[in-house]
Structure formats: C-alpha cells, structure tokens
Design a protein around this ligand. Structure first.
Ligand SMILES: *Cc1c(COP(=O)(O)O)cnc(C)c1O
Length: 356
C-alpha cells in the first residue's frame, strides 16, 4: 500500500522543547502522525502521514464504550554516533498482531507497520532528543470506530501512530521504589486479556494504583487472579528477582504481558552465563527470601523505565526492605540495555533498527 505524505509546512511547524527536564512523560507531541483506515470494502486503506491533530469520532464509536483497542509502546533513540534508531521494533508490531487477534481487531502486516513508522520518524526525526537518557516515545493505537451501541463486531477501524519526546525516567536519580502487594485487586485473570496490550488492563488496575499512591507507594505488585499467590507483574512492568545469584522471572502463563524488555534481559542474562529461570514464584517465597537474605534484588523491566529497582515491598500490612540503592544486577542490565540503545556498546543481537 502506498503511503501518502502530507508534510506540515515549515511555517506552521512547532519546534521540539529545548530541554525535556521537568516535562511530564507523554505530554508533548510532534508535528506529524500516521493514520490509516479499515473499511469492510478493501480492508486497510488510505495510509497517510499528516499534521498531528484531534480525531473526529462518533460519540457512539465502539472503542469508547467497549474498549476494542490494541496499543503498543516503543522508543526511537539518537545514538552517540548520530544514528536514528529503533529498539527491536518488529517485536512490537508482532505483538500488536497478537493483541489484535485476541481482541478481534484486523491485523496489520508487521513489515508495513514498521515501514510506516520509519517514514513518520523521518518526518519528525529532529524530535528524537539528544539529551542523555531521553528518547522519542512511539505510540501505535488501533481502535474500533464504528458507531454502534450493540455488542457487534466493528466493521470500521482506525490505526494511528503518534510520537512524544520523553525525558530520562530517572531525572531524580535511580532510587528504588516502594511497592504495595495488591491483596484486594487483580490485574488479569487466566484466560483473560492480561497477556496482550489493550486498554482494559489499565482500567482494571487503575483503582489499586490510586490507592497505593495515596498510601505512599509508587506502584502495585500484582499476584495471579486465581489464587492471589503467584507473582505476575509490577505496575505495568515485568518483574525480576535475584535469588542466590540466579535471575528468576515469572513464566508467561497467559495473564502476564510478554515484555520486550523482559525478553532482552533474559537473552542478556543467558548470554552472560548467569543461571536464568522462568518459573512460577509465590509471594511467600519472595517474602521468605527477603527475610533470610537469599533474595537480594527485585526490579521491574519495561520500555519506559528500562529497569526499575524495587526498594520496599509491603505485604499484609508489613514492610520488607530489599535495598536502599540500585543492586548490581539491575545496574548491569540497565547499563547494557541502554548502552545498546544509545550505541555506546556493541549490539551483538542486532536489536537496533535504523529508521532509514
Ligand atoms: C507494555 C507492558 C510491559 C512491558 O513491555 P515492554 O515491551 O518491555 O515495554 C509489561 N507489562 C505490561 C502490563 C505492559 O503493558
């Protein structure tokens, strides 16, 4: 499919913010966006890059009522040698297909999606920040637009990609966060949609997150939806433990999102010859490990923060301190992944993809 490019005229272009310091994650957007429409007649069509602008949606659009949508999140980086690159972007477009399948949305060819993103980034490449730790966040979104309050399957869809320059997640330093183990709510159930990237999962976790914030915690640790025993994720990140120098992460059971950062950490860990295990892990085992000192680190892994160390866990009203500072393993993974992303270390797995 041909992609129509309608560049914003130079005089009506906004300039990127001079510095991203103090700018909230995902609050500024570039000059252009990519869009295409699905119609029953002919499928995906009218692929175009145009000025970033508000959408016109019927108030009855299915996505607004029943949440039929799929999204992705990835980043573009400016490397130290001046190249504009994406980090493992094909994985995101493949995951978008998996989410689409699960929600009943039409799939987008991964090669085409990636091509569209590269063309969009070429238009707005001066928005990829060169400040240390900063990047251009990419948000693809696929929504059901048909106006219908009946629970029918939409026949009309919109896919779009927007771009947002984002600052270093660690503007205030790499301080470990305080986490509350959620005992009252679960994020995802077996057989549900926890394993795909769709809006409903965030609606399900919102209240727990609000309550935890009120109590002075920055995120929630999620247990499984059936027994409330097995650790699944932390906030909107995958979770890792260091136990007796072994790297342990919950195995993908269907209610855990298969993160690309998770996969990168696992590949690096195995490549370094560390004992690396994907298995089910109970909250009791975690608490016991903290108490007897065999569990030395907990960290989250996801695109936004890359690695986020956990300092304190609260479970059943009691606080367990893991670490005051970032642990050596978390630091090693953070340095390696970000080193590859900014082209500071070599890229043995060929994770970087140039935008040209
Ligand atoms: C996006 C996401 C992650 C992290 O996935 P990455 O591909 O590493 O960014 C983890 N958990 C949830 C619930 C997510 O939505």
């Amino acid at each position: 499919m041909n992609i129509q490019i309608n560049p914003v005229s130079p005089e009506s272009r906004k300039n990127p913010p001079e510095s991203l310091e103090g700018i909230e994650f995902g609050s500024h957007f570039t000059n252009h966006m990519f869009l295409m429409n699905w119609e029953p007649d002919g499928g995906w069509q009218n692929a175009r890059i145009e000025q970033y602008q508000a959408l016109s949606l019927d108030p009855a659009a299915i996505v607004l009522h029943y949440g039929h949508e799929a999204f992705e999140g990835l980043k573009a980086y400016l490397t130290v040698s001046g190249n504009h690159v994406l980090f493992r972007p094909r994985k995101n477009f493949e995951r978008l297909q998996q989410t689409s399948r699960r929600i009943g949305l039409p799939e987008i060819d991964a090669d085409f999606g990636l091509e569209a993103l590269k063309l969009l980034l070429q238009q707005d490449k001066d928005w990829i920040p060169n400040e240390p730790g900063c990047s251009l966040y990419v948000r693809p979104n696929l929504i059901a637009t048909e106006p219908a309050l009946s629970l029918k399957k939409s026949e009309y869809f919109l896919f779009y990609i927007i771009l947002s320059p984002v600052g270093s997640f660690y503007a205030k330093g790499f301080a470990p966060v305080r986490i509350k183990v959620s005992e009252d709510y679960t994020r995802a159930a077996a057989g549900g949609i926890g394993g795909v990237k769709t809006a409903g999962n965030y609606a399900a976790s919102n209240l727990a997150q609000i309550e935890a914030k009120k109590e002075g915690f920055s995120q929630v640790l999620w247990l499984d939806g059936k027994e409330q025993r097995y650790v699944e994720e932390v906030g909107s990140m995958n979770i890792f433990f260091v136990i007796d120098d072994e790297i342990v992460t919950p195995q993908l059971t269907g209610s855990i999102l298969p993160g690309i950062t998770r996969d990168s950490v696992l590949q690096l860990s195995r490549n370094w010859g560390l004992k690396t295990t994907e298995r089910r892990i109970t909250i009791e085992e975690v608490i016991e490990g903290i108490e007897n000192g065999r569990l030395t680190e907990i960290f989250g892994a996801g695109t936004a923060a890359v690695i986020s160390p956990v300092g304190v866990l609260q479970y059943k009203g009691k606080e367990y301190v893991i670490q005051d500072d970032i642990g050596p393993m978390a630091e090693r993974f953070y340095d390696e992944v970000t080193g590859i992303q900014y082209g500071k270390t070599n890229d043995p797995f060929q994770w970087l993809e140039p935008i040209y």
